[in-house]
Design a protein around this ligand. Structure first.
Ligand code: DON
Length: 348
């Protein structure tokens, strides 16, 4: 090697070593900028605290009684740092956000194919409890191409029916166990919500019966509807939800407890369904503005996932017409965009 070649090689090595020293993996970069994360969370909290739009869900009577001013934000990085503002203690019912974790449990137990083949992973474009959507897609069922997904009620009740167990109690222990692992603590059912929804869920019962008739549910639709209602009544606060979202952001490993809850290889499928249908018929609009796989619940929570970076959750009960929390949508959009959370934006 002549002198100029040697000089060039040494220079190239220096550039490579410097680049390596400067390169920070995305999750770590997030964790190393606590000031930015806390600043973004605080700014969104201050900006939206007094926003007074939308109204609590009331088709489940217990939800109408929840304090509409409840507002909590939590962000958990994929390496387990927590940033928050507002109310982190008060629990709301998890509602449809549970659909993500029951779907994930079925995928963990039975593989990605099981959900795709039995229920489907396509948007219905209809409201979350649409019966017309069930009727519209039933003709395709059995041809190997169901056009449903596990995040609308018909698909979710079917997913709950897929959790294996010899008794309702055994199935429930698996469902609550998976939620506990993702949240990193032992969660409880809010009994008033469970009772209120059980007394008023005739529409879901009709959906359960239809799903049996069309072959999505194989037996005992009553048990599936009951366990689905129970999973929707699990009590969670903003920090629980953010930790659950961060578990998906960290390739299936709860970054606070360190437990691998879902195989890393199965996480992208779960996130894809969230991106497709997490905010129901407003999923496209949401993705357009944030790029984040997300899921809402009529209890007022929304979780969103920036893969490899962070999970974020906001709790605020007043909803828009599609059934999604108004403050949660605004706060998450603003915080994530301030922190470069949109995966479609490339490196920041
Ligand atoms: O089945 C229901 O109607 C409720 N338990 C859940 C609906 C829900 O959370 C829709 N979300 N935005």
């Amino acid at each position: 090697m002549n002198r100029s070649n040697r000089t060039a090689t040494v220079a190239a090595m220096l550039v490579a070593v410097t680049a390596l020293a400067l390169w920070i993996p995305p999750g770590v970069a997030q964790a190393q900028a606590p000031a930015d994360a806390q600043k973004a969370v605080d700014a969104a909290y201050a900006k939206y605290k007094t926003l007074n739009e939308g109204k609590n869900a009331d088709y489940i009577p217990a939800l109408a009684k929840v304090d509409p001013n409840l507002f909590g934000i939590a962000l958990v990085t994929s390496d387990g740092k927590v940033y928050s503002a507002g109310d982190l203690k008060t629990e709301v019912s998890i509602q449809s956000i549970s659909k993500v974790f029951t779907m994930a449990q079925v995928i963990q137990e039975q593989g990605l194919d099981a959900i795709e083949k039995r229920i489907g992973v396509d948007a219905t474009g209809a409201r979350f409890n649409s019966i017309i959507a069930v009727e519209a897609v039933k003709v395709v069922q059995g041809t190997g191409a169901p056009e449903m997904n596990p995040l609308v009620n018909p698909g979710a009740i079917s997913a709950t029916s897929m959790v294996k167990g010899a008794s309702a109690d055994e199935v429930w222990k698996k469902i609550i166990g998976f939620h506990n692992d993702a949240a990193g603590r032992s969660l409880n059912v809010l009994q008033d919500v469970y009772k209120s929804e059980s007394d008023s869920n005739q529409r879901n019962q009709a959906i359960g019966a239809l799903m049996l008739a069309y072959g999505y549910i194989k037996s005992n639709w009553q048990q599936a509807v009951d366990l689905y209602t129970k999973q929707c009544s699990i009590g969670v606060n903003a920090k629980d939800l953010a930790t659950m979202a961060a578990t998906l952001a960290a390739s299936g490993k709860n970054p606070v407890s360190g437990k691998q809850v879902l195989d890393a290889a199965k996480v992208p499928g779960v996130l894809a369904v969230m991106a497709t249908a997490g905010l129901y018929d407003d999923s496209g609009k949401w993705l357009y503005h944030t790029g984040l796989p997300a899921k809402s619940g009529v209890g007022g929570g929304i979780i969103a996932v920036s893969p490899g970076k962070f999970g974020i959750a906001v709790v605020s009960p007043p909803l828009d017409d599609a059934g999604n929390s108004i403050k949660a949508q605004r706060a998450i959009t603003e915080i994530s965009n301030a922190l470069g959370g949109n995966p479609y934006a490339g490196k920041k």
